[in-house]
Design a protein around this ligand. Structure first.
Ligand SMILES: [Zn+2]
Length: 311
């Protein structure tokens, strides 16, 4: 893994230690920290401040992560052209294209969508204008047909079933579908030659589930993470919180969900009133993870309701 390029202003990711200082209860410390941050930003133009410090990270030869903070996509450069995975939005897509162009002038051959959610696949027209074929799982494409967004380019091609091998030049990506876990047509990208995967939303390192875990089926999510854990890979590329991390992060995400489910079941068995369970459950093992204070009760609601309702 090597850092290729940095541009623009450094933004604070949710895991940034400076944000932890901001959360400190001492008002003087908070004021001084805020003042220091404002001073450090003073020399930067408003235009520069609008752009996060996107970085291109080489995960393996020809395989890259691009982004910052809450948005990282992936791209592969082969001898026959480039495969891009997710576009996020137009501004991100343009920056992503610029980053690719600093490394190669080969054509953009594919833009592959991870799933149907607008926040990951808007702005695809930037790559389509470069001649890219837009590809998604058919479940994502079907959903997009009935829920179109003006910001999302419809897929030109779909794949179906649980596995599709996308080959380009010397490069190969296994597109894997594990069933209904989050959104529609959720695709895990496996890079067999590079021993890496790019997984979107299913693994966010050192963070509890996002808010009330929208469009997640927690039980199926757990099953998927267990199955992903059997794949051959050493590195994990993410869409949120970090560009790349170790294989163990998949198991850590699964442990969190299992521990939360076990804690909820323990409260049910104890006879804790149903409506009180989400605010009763505590998981000190994860208290340093991003979102712990704010989102743990919401995460607990999602799993509790799945236990109670079956969905
Ligand atoms: Zn999503």
């Amino acid at each position: 893994m090597a850092l290729v390029r940095t541009q623009g202003l450094t933004i604070l990711s949710p895991g940034d230690p400076r944000l932890r200082t901001m959360r400190c209860n001492n008002p003087l410390v908070r004021l001084l920290t805020l003042a220091a941050m404002v001073l450090s930003l003073g020399a930067i133009s408003p235009a520069a401040q609008a752009h996060p410090a996107y970085q291109t990270t080489q995960v393996a030869p020809g395989l890259y992560s691009f982004g910052a903070g809450m948005a990282f996509n992936a791209f592969m450069i082969t001898d026959d052209g480039v495969i891009v995975m997710d576009s996020f939005d137009k501004e991100f897509a343009e920056a992503s294209l610029q980053a690719i162009r600093q490394l190669t002038d080969k054509p953009i051959r594919y833009l592959v969508y991870s799933h149907n959610h607008y926040d990951h696949i808007s702005g695809g027209e930037v790559f389509k204008a470069q001649g890219a074929t837009v590809l998604s799982h058919e479940a994502a494409a079907n959903w997009l047909k009935s829920h179109p967004s003006p910001d999302v380019v419809m897929p030109d091609k779909t794949w179906s079933g649980s596995r599709y091998e996308l080959k380009l030049g010397h490069g190969a990506i296994n597109l894997l579908y594990f069933g209904a876990n989050h959104g529609e047509g959720m695709t895990v990208f496996q890079f067999p030659h590079e021993h890496a995967i790019y997984t979107v939303d299913l693994v966010v390192p050192k963070r509890v589930g996002f808010a009330y875990m929208p469009d997640f089926s927690p039980r199926e999510w757990e099953r998927t993470l267990a199955e992903m854990g059997k794949l051959d890979f050493d590195q994990v590329m993410y869409a949120h919180n970090a560009a790349v991390g170790p294989r163990a992060s998949v198991a850590e995400q699964l442990d969190y969900l299992r521990d939360l489910r076990a804690a909820i079941l323990a409260e049910l068995n104890k006879g804790t009133p149903f409506m009180k369970i989400p605010n009763t459950v505590k998981l000190p093992k994860y208290e340093k993870w991003d979102g712990y204070e704010e989102w743990l009760p919401m995460n607990a609601w999602r799993i509790l309701l799945e236990i109670a309702m079956g969905v």
